[in-house]
Design a protein around this ligand. Structure first.
Ligand code: ATP
Length: 289
């Protein structure tokens, strides 16, 4: 893992130019050679063939969960390793793999003996899209447009997006098929990948602030029996919607077709985990290095 390719996203929550420079300095101090750099999304993610041609055996990724999603999906099947460093806002995957530690600490652990394990990550999938940290379904997904407008510093677009999200959230909820445990119409359904089955958390809460708090907290797994929340597990289920609907795959908006089926999958052993006591999702999917 001496020859690396660095992928960054300047739009990710906590990726600053000096942070990227620090990572490059640290890699050089460890005797690693940077054979390529990609600034996503302006530049395309390198293909396995690009990486092999450059002799890269390690992709170091400093970005948020949305960028991590794009890279893992593009590189699934590659024989090298991917090291995910926290460069985003939530960094759910980096925390699962390494604990809540800095990029510097994770790079230090690359040198430890035995070396970090390469693991296969489970994901949930629908209509060809994947979510490694979590999938959000239902009208609450409309709030993503407000988030992106705020991020882009566009106040008029933000106000319009808030208005639309507000109306949608309190409109008709999402119904699921093949899930008798979840019989109602829900404002949001959070789906997290797991070992054999996925975990569903359905929110039937009509207060928008509670709903958004519950949503992202659910992804971090730090709340349990909140009001208006029902939990279930499934190996697959279908959306009952007759119209295409918005979904958030690791926070990124994608359209799902009518009656789309959501199932599970798993990557090849691609991703490095450095935490001694990783989360249950990671532990359950671990493989030898
Ligand atoms: N596949 C993609 N294609 C195009 N743009 C993307 C893609 N994934 C992420 N982005 C954009 O890159 C920016 C940063 O997203 P990213 O998810 O990497 O960081 P974040 O949202 O700050 O972190 P986190 O998801 O961990 O909270 C966002 O504007 C996002 O929409």
């Amino acid at each position: 893992m001496r020859r690396c390719w660095l992928v960054t996203n300047a739009g990710s929550g906590s990726t600053a130019a000096d942070g990227i420079a620090q990572i490059e300095t640290r890699l050089a101090a460890q005797g690693r050679t940077l054979v390529g750099r990609t600034g996503f999304p302006d530049q395309a993610i390198p293909s396995p063939m690009d990486l092999n041609t450059a002799g890269a055996t390690l992709v170091v990724l400093l970005a948020g969960d949305g960028t991590v999603n794009a890279v893992l999906t593009a590189l699934d099947g590659w024989a090298g390793s991917v090291l995910i460093l926290p460069g985003g806002t939530m960094n759910l995957l980096a925390k699962q793999l390494h604990g809540d530690v800095s990029a510097e600490t994770i790079l230090e652990r690359l040198e430890q003996r035995p070396p970090p394990r390469r693991i296969a990550l489970p994901y949930v999938t629908g209509d060809g899209h994947r979510a490694y940290a979590g999938l959000i379904l239902g009208p609450a997904t409309r709030w993503v447009h407000a988030r992106e407008a705020a991020r882009a510093g566009r106040p008029r677009q933000l106000l319009r997006a808030i208005g639309q999200a507000w109306r949608r959230t309190f409109g008709r909820g999402l119904r699921l098929q093949d899930m008798p445990e979840l019989p109602r119409a829900y404002q949001a359904v959070f789906v997290q990948p797991g070992e054999a089955v996925m975990a569903l958390t359905a929110v039937d809460a009509r207060h928008w602030r509670r709903m958004m708090e519950l949503g992202w907290a659910a992804m971090r797994g730090n709340w349990a029996e909140a009001k208006g929340v029902t939990r279930a597990t499934a190996s697959s289920f279908r959306l009952a919607s007759r119209k295409a609907g918005l979904a958030l795959f690791d926070g990124e908006p994608r359209m799902l077709g009518t009656r789309c089926t959501i199932t599970t999958g798993r990557t090849c052993a691609l991703v490095l985990a450095t935490d001694q006591a990783p989360s249950s999702v990671v532990r359950s999917s671990s493989e030898g290095s």
